[in-house]
Design a protein. Structure first.
Length: 272
């Protein structure tokens, strides 16, 4: 983008190919071998900035129709003013601020993917009425006391890390999400989970310390992770379900890969 020299240092102004933020690389003339200093926004969405063309597999980019918001005093205003894009993300880029009381409860009819990461929400409403096309959701560090409403029939992928709320909220969501394909959690403190989807191939419940009961209807399940689940007494693979009527007559379930490293399974769970 350009640069300037003076005062014993070279300032090179650049744009990040991923997050599209402008930053400056400062190199000292008297110490050319020293690691350059970054001025401006120091970090990209994840890791360091890059000025190189992005590989197709690199998801660090501002996709068309994406809205990316950062934590700040005007976050609520920015959420309410957000256009009806296909993807959205709230990213703190600077730490969790529990003094903010943020609400997400508005109609976003075109939204397909949503990431809410390390933001102190007091209410999140994702339902058929507000986000009817939402297919992918990632939640991290949602406050336990947050009023959380989840009813997403089009949901395909769901991830939730660090949450200790009412297990009924998650199970009601799963009951409606009959096309879900993957479920990922870490430190999800609920006592029971019930899955039912013909499309479900991946379940990862890492460190769900309080999980006692797990029931699954997933005729295409390929991977089940219960790593570090210390109180899992019951796992039940359902033999019948109303969704079975949608399976082809010659359907053959895949062999399931199970990761139970460091888990404490009850006898019923081991027999499953």
């Amino acid at each position: 983008m350009g640069g300037m020299s003076g005062g014993g240092e070279m300032n090179s102004h650049k744009f990040c190919s991923a997050c599209e933020q402008q930053f400056t690389v400062v190199t000292r003339d008297d110490h050319p071998d020293r690691e350059p200093q970054i001025k401006g926004p120091k970090w990209c969405f994840s890791g360091n900035h890059t000025t190189l063309p992005l590989a197709a597999t690199d998801k660090r980019r501002c996709f068309p129709n994406t809205v990316a918001l950062q934590v700040g005093p005007r976050l609520q205003e920015e959420i309410e003013a957000a256009p009806e894009g296909r993807e959205g993300a709230d990213d703190p880029n600077g730490g969790y601020d529990d003094s903010l009381r943020v609400v997400l409860d508005q109609r976003l009819p075109a939204l397909e993917e949503l990431q809410l990461v390390d933001v102190s929400f007091c209410k999140i409403c994702l339902t058929e009425a507000t986000t009817p096309k939402l297919q992918s959701v990632r939640l991290q560090n949602v406050p336990d006391a947050c009023e959380l409403k989840l009813s997403l029939p089009e949901l395909r992928s769901f991830s939730i890390h660090y949450w200790n709320g009412d297990s009924g909220i998650i199970n009601s969501m799963l009951q409606a999400a009959t096309h879900i394909e993957s479920f990922d959690s870490y430190k999800l403190w609920v006592d029971e989970l019930h899955f039912a989807s013909n499309a479900l191939t991946d379940i990862d419940l890492h460190s769900s310390d309080s999980l006692d009961t797990l029931s699954i209807w997933a005729p295409n399940l390929a991977r089940l992770g219960v790593q570090a689940c210390y109180g899992l007494n019951n796992i039940r693979f359902l033999d019948t379900h109303p969704l079975a009527a949608a399976l082809p007559p010659d359907h053959t379930p895949p062999r399931i890969q199970v990761n139970a490293a460091n888990a404490c399974l009850g006898r019923a769970a081991k027999r499953a």
